[in-house]
Design a protein around this ligand. Structure first.
Ligand code: PMP
Ligand code: GLU
Length: 403
C-alpha cells in the first residue's frame, strides 16, 4: 500500500514562496551551471559586511557568547536601537519598546501575528514589497491593495485611499523609500494617513529599512513627525540587512508601543526564541560603531543610479520614475506586452518578459506582478558598474528583437 499523502494546511496553499528569493535562486543555479547570468533580481547590497562588524561576531564566538539570549534581544542592542532613533529622529523609546527579530521580515511576521486576525483588513499600497500580503494572510487577515500611480511618482492619493477603507480596516503598511519603486511618501499623503489612522484607530506599520539609502539632502517626511500621538499606534520596522550589508546575519528590529512589543515577544518566545546571539553582537557593533559605512554605500549607488536611469529611459517605450531612495529601479515595460520574440514567443506580461530576459539575455530581474504591478520590471542596481553596463546592452538587444 502506498503511504498516504499528507494534506497541507489551507494557509500555506493560499500563499506563494517569496518570488524575489525564487528568482535569485534560479539565477544562482544557472550561474553555477556555467551560464553568464547577470543578476539584477534580489535586493541585497553587493558590499561585504564591514570588518569591525565581522570582528564583533567572531569575538562573540570566541567569548562563547553562544547561549539563548533574552527573547526580545540583548539589552545593549535594544538600547542601541533606542539611541539611534533618538539621535536620528528625536523619537524617544525605551528598551522594553523594542524587539530584535530574525531579520526585518520576521519582525513584520511577529507584528502581523500580534495585531491582525480573521475579519481584519490591512491596507497595502501597491507596488508593494512581495512579503507584505502573504505575511498578512498568514495571520488570517485580508490584505487590501491600494493602487499607486506612476504619474504621481507612486505617492499615495488620500482620495484613492478612502475608497479602500472599510469598517474592518485595522492597519496600514507604509514603506518609504519603497521597495520596489524607490519612491517616498509626501508629507501631504502622510498627514492624510495619520489623520485617518488617529480617527479610526489603525495600527500604522512603517517599514523604514531603506532609510539610510536616500538620494538628495532633504529629510524624508515620516508618519511619526505628522502627529506625536501616532506613536501610540505606530510600529517602526528597521534592521541592519541593507544599511550594513548584513542580509545573512538576520537581524531586524521593531520599535513601538510597549503592549504590542510585549505581544510580539510572546509570539517570538514560542517560535524562534531569540535571534542568533552572535548576530546580535555583530548588529550591536554596527549600530554603535562608526557610521560611515551606510553613507559610503549610498554614495557608491549614486553613479549606478544615474547610469541605469539614463540607459533605461533612453530605450524606446520605457518610462521610469526616478527613485529617491533604495537600490531599485522599477521601469514601466508594458509597451512590449503583446509583442513577439524571434521564436514566436509572445511577451504577454511582466512574468513572460522576465522569463524572456532570463532565457534569451541571461538577465535576472523580478517581474512587476510579484509587487502587484504587472506593467513593470524590477532591477536592483546593487551590483557593479560593469554588470550594469553589460546588462543594459543586453536589455537593449533583447528588447530590440521584439516585434
Ligand atoms: N522590508 C523591505 C521593504 C525589504 O525589501 C526587505 C528585504 N530585505 C525587508 C523588509 C526585510 O529584510 P530582512 O528580513 O533581510 O531584514
Ligand atoms: N527584500 C529583498 C528583495 O526584495 C530580499 C529578498 C526578500 O527578502 O524577499 O529582493
Amino acid at each position: 500500500m502506498d503511504a498516504p499523502i499528507i494534506e497541507l494546511a489551507a494557509r500555506v496553499k493560499d500563499i506563494k514562496a517569496s518570488p524575489t528569493l525564487a528568482v535569485d535562486a534560479k539565477a544562482k543555479a544557472l550561474k553555477a551551471e556555467g551560464a553568464d547570468v547577470l543578476n539584477f533580481s534580489v535586493g541585497e547590497p553587493d558590499f561585504d559586511t564591514p570588518p569591525h562588524v565581522c570582528e564583533a561576531g567572531k569575538a562573540a564566538i570566541d567569548e562563547r557568547f553562544t547561549r539563548y539570549t533574552p527573547v526580545p534581544g540583548i539589552l545593549p542592542l535594544r538600547e542601541a536601537v533606542c539611541s539611534r532613533l533618538s539621535a536620528d529622529h528625536g523619537w524617544h523609546y525605551q528598551p522594553d519598546q523594542v524587539q530584535v527579530s530574525c531579520g526585518g521580515k520576521h519582525g513584520l511576521y511577529n507584528m502581523a501575528q500580534a495585531l491582525f486576525g480573521p475579519g481584519d483588513e490591512v491596507l497595502i499600497p501597491a507596488p508593494y514589497w512581495v512579503s507584505y500580503p502573504p505575511i498578512i494572510q498568514l495571520a488570517g487577515a485580508t490584505p487590501v491593495i491600494v493602487p499607486l500611480d506612476e504619474e504621481s511618482d507612486f505617492d499615495l492619493d488620500p482620495a484613492v485611499l478612502h475608497q479602500y477603507v472599510s469598517p474592518r480596516t485595522r492597519g496600514i503598511i507604509l514603506n518609504s523609500p519603497s521597495n520596489p519603486t524607490g519612491s517616498v511618501l509626501s508629507a501631504r499623503a502622510l498627514e492624510a494617513i495619520g489623520k485617518m489612522a488617529l480617527e479610526r484607530g489603525w495600527a500604522v506599520i512603517t517599514d523604514d529599512i531603506y532609510d539610510t539609502i536616500v538620494y538628495g539632502s532633504d529629510k524624508l517626511p515620516h508618519i511619526l513627525d505628522v502627529d506625536p500621538r501616532l506613536s501610540e499606534q505606530t510600529l517602526i520596522l528597521n534592521g541592519v540587512s541593507k544599511s550594513f550589508a548584513m542580509t545573512g546575519w538576520r537581524i531586524g528590529y521593531t520599535a513601538g508601543p510597549k503592549h504590542i512589543i510585549a505581544a510580539m515577544n510572546k509570539i517570538q518566545s514560542q517560535s524562534t526564541s531569540n535571534p542568533s546571539s552572535v548576530a546580535q553582537r555583530a548588529a550591536l557593533a554596527a549600530l554603535t560603531g562608526p557610521q560611515d559605512f551606510p553613507v559610503a554605500m549610498r554614495d557608491a549607488f549614486v553613479p549606478r543610479l544615474a547610469f541605469i536611469m539614463e540607459a533605461l529611459t533612453a530605450m524606446e517605450g520605457i518610462s521610469c520614475v526616478r527613485p529617491r531612495g533604495s537600490f531599485y529601479v522599477f521601469p514601466n515595460m508594458s509597451w512590449c506586452y503583446g509583442r513577439k520574440a524571434k521564436d514566436g514567443q509572445v511577451i504577454a506580461d511582466s512574468v513572460s518578459l522576465a522569463d524572456y530576459l532570463l532565457e534569451k539575455a541571461l538577465l535576472a530581474t523580478v517581474p512587476g506582478a510579484a509587487f502587484g504591478a504587472d506593467s513593470f520590471i524590477r532591477f536592483s542596481f546593487a551590483t557593479s558598474m560593469e554588470v550594469l553596463e553589460e546588462g543594459m546592452k543586453r536589455l537593449a538587444v533583447a528588447l530590440g528583437e521584439l516585434h
